[in-house]
Write a protein of this length. Sequence first.
Length: 364
Amino acid sequence: MSEYKKTALVLGAGGFIGSHMVKRLRSEGYWVRGVDIKHTEFSKSEAHEFVEGDLRDVEFVRRVIQYKGEQGNFYNDIPYRLVRPFDEIYQFAADMGGAGFVFTGENDAEIMHNSVTINLNVLEEVRKLNETFDGNVKEWTEANRPKLDQPTKIFYSGSACMYPEHNQLDPDNPDCREESAYPANPDSEYGWEKLFSERLYLAYNRNHGIPVRIARYHNIFGPEGTWEGGREKAPAAICRKVAYLPEQGGAIEVWGDGLQTRSFLFIDECIEATRRLMDSDFMGPVNIGSEEMVTINQLVDTAAKVAGKEVQKLHKLDAPLGVRGRNSNNDLIRENLGWDYSQTLEEGIRITYNWIKEQIEARA
């Protein structure tokens, strides 16, 4: 009998949210395989096994979704009759980044192609593996497989970017209730891809019985996330700019007029909400975010406060912005999961700022 509670496959485990999920699952007694096209950047992955590969390659996906237990790992061949599906799959892998990558229009085809290909590959190969356990022999299986008691459950990390632009024009009163998603009108191809993939997971649930859980993430931030290079999110970018200022302060560039609004959720709270969703009977889609809405100017002020610096804002009005206002509405997740955010933005920014400052000082 295995010493582990369950098995989990974390796709995108080399990235920000995926690497934190690996840690959480390990702490809960899971056997975890992490998969990504790159290794974790800031610390060694805590996955029992980390496999580097391209999820756009269907043959790689076919192999990586197979759990071989104590009989062998990804790189070892064992009789196919001993292969098992994972209990849970967490799908974080996507082509993404901050506003400078997503909203310029220059990367639209790449974003849509890469992310949709990954999701199609994962769902189709999970379908095939699940169905072999029900006795429906497919092209690459053996007939004498044991019956699957519970199909693999898949979590899909969607995004609030799929909400309609027309509901987010007023920075003081955006509408991001789950039911407001239609009629659809995301403001970016990234948002359209997220909406399509969300529907793709729901379709595989209806037609093939794959248990899915879907979240719409709202601006997740925290330590060990990308903080430079063009793909970082607003909290990390602002913390970096403030950290590079001298102790007496100075001026930093702020995209737009700074009056656009957002809410930001700290990574630990995101992981907790995601685990509650996976352990529940609620499929979603559901918002996972904070309802503490701030302007970008206020976000800068918060970073300046925790840094103890005087910071002036130089507004770049022609920069990529996204929608004017976005804020999570947590009514549905409170009702179905009993979850709500508890950490203030200032608390999360303090942790994130200090971590980014440490990264900068380590280079000196």
